[in-house]
Design a protein around this ligand. Structure first.
Ligand SMILES: N[C@@H](CCC(=O)N[C@@H](CS)C(=O)NCC(=O)O)C(=O)O
Length: 366
């Protein structure tokens, strides 16, 4: 999310690669599957972190892999946790049981302005780090690698036994969660959830590759461009790929209408996903960008050739369907953290740090 993640001398945004890439498996020399051994550190503005929260919820891993939420405000020392001891209440349990992080009550609390950057509203702005009392995410990075020189990004999956970072790349973390590693700790209903079914693997991989480069990362390439020429090129490309996505979903929706009848909305919506007719990793990786689009990327990253709600009707229906009918998505979406996080943490993009009140509502009803 940081505007300083990296850029090259052509004023283009380049995302740094993630240095910690271990997996958890019975064959791994150190990181064996276990209940309560691993902990996920996230920040709710971050779309990459949200992928991991969604997958954790869908796979029933909330009781197996705990989670801490950094304060939504990213400063020049990186993400920070709320003060030690603050979060040691029963409410933390409620946070985890929610299958992600819930702040359903917050989504209706407006306006979001007038909150100081360093406000500490317990279990509203984030949680503490309950194991080591770390104040900063950077503490984990230095503990794992004392000479670490990169950025301190979320999400981070940590091993509490060795106090090291197992992995800090969201696409790996969701594959770890989606593997059979934790099957023995979850019920059959979760074991059956396969976000990358073998029969759809090639299609999902192809979809993910352009969605990642042109849409997930595309909004950042437009928003963090350091000159007009780069911005214009990137924003144009982004909307070309949103058009491609709209066409793909249009075909999907029309085929479902032909099969089940135009009026059979429930049957259609039950099957209306990006690839195949069940929820897959393709939806998990697409959603965090689309749900942030109208509320932040449109104005903050100047991705304003169109909105999802008024100009991309099939993407909009897909988004509303996922948000309103799938708890793992809705309960890991915190519009307040999202809006505040982007608009208050990127002074080059928004120097005064005023958080726009609109659009209203954050997401329309289905
Ligand atoms: N490749 C990483 C990217 C994660 C990432 O860029 N996270 C941003 C938040 S959206 C971050 O933590 N930035 C902190 C910083 O750059 O200081 C992943 O997908 O896990």
């Amino acid at each position: 999310m940081s505007e300083k993640s990296a850029s090259n001398n052509k004023a283009e945004f380049k995302r740094q690669s993630s240095p910690f890439r271990e997996i958890i498996s019975a064959d791994h020399p150190i990181y064996k599957p276990a209940k309560g051994r691993y902990w996920l550190y996230v920040a709710l503005p971050c779309p990459w972190a949200q992928r991991t929260l969604i997958t954790r919820a869908l796979k029933g891993l909330a009781p197996i892999i705990g989670c801490s939420v950094a304060h939504w405000h990213l400063d020049d020392k990186g993400w920070r946790f709320l003060e030690e001891g603050d979060g040691k209440t029963n409410e933390r349990h409620w946070f985890d049981i929610a299958g992600g992080i819930s702040s359903v009550n917050l989504n209706t609390s407006t306006p979001v302005a007038n909150i100081p950057n360093n406000a500490h509203r317990l279990l509203v702005d984030g949680t503490d780090e309950p194991h080591y009392g770390y104040k900063r995410l950077s503490d984990f990075y230095f503990k794992t690698k004392p000479d670490y020189k990169g950025r301190f990004t979320v999400p981070v999956l940590c091993d509490l036994e060795t106090c090291t970072i197992v992995n800090n790349e969201s696409s790996d973390i969701i594959r770890i969660m989606n593997s059979a590693a934790f099957d023995e700790f979850v019920g059959e209903e979760y074991r059956q959830v396969r976000l990358v079914p073998r029969s759809l693997e090639a299609q999902i991989t192809e979809f993910n590759s352009w969605v990642y480069d042109k849409i997930n990362n595309g909004v950042y390439k437009a928003g963090f461009a350091e000159c007009a020429e780069v911005y214009e090129r990137e924003v144009t490309s982004l909307f070309q790929y949103l058009d491609k996505l709209e066409n793909l979903l249009d075909k999907k929706y029309t085929d479902l209408e032909a099969k089940y009848g135009k009026n059979n909305k429930d049957k259609i919506l039950d099957r209306y996903f990006a690839i195949g007719d069940t929820l897959t990793e393709a939806d998990v990786r697409l959603y965090p960008t689309i749900v942030r689009f109208d509320v932040v990327y449109h104005q903050h990253f100047k991705c304003n050739l169109a909105t999802i709600r008024d100009d991309y009707s099939r993407i909009h229906t897909w988004l509303k369907n996922i948000y309103w009918r799938h708890e793992a998505f809705q309960r890991t979406t915190d519009f307040t953290h999202i809006k505040l996080g982007y608009t208050r943490s990127q002074p080059r993009v928004n120097p005064i740090g005023i958080t726009p009140l609109g659009p209203k509502p954050d997401i329309r009803p289905l």
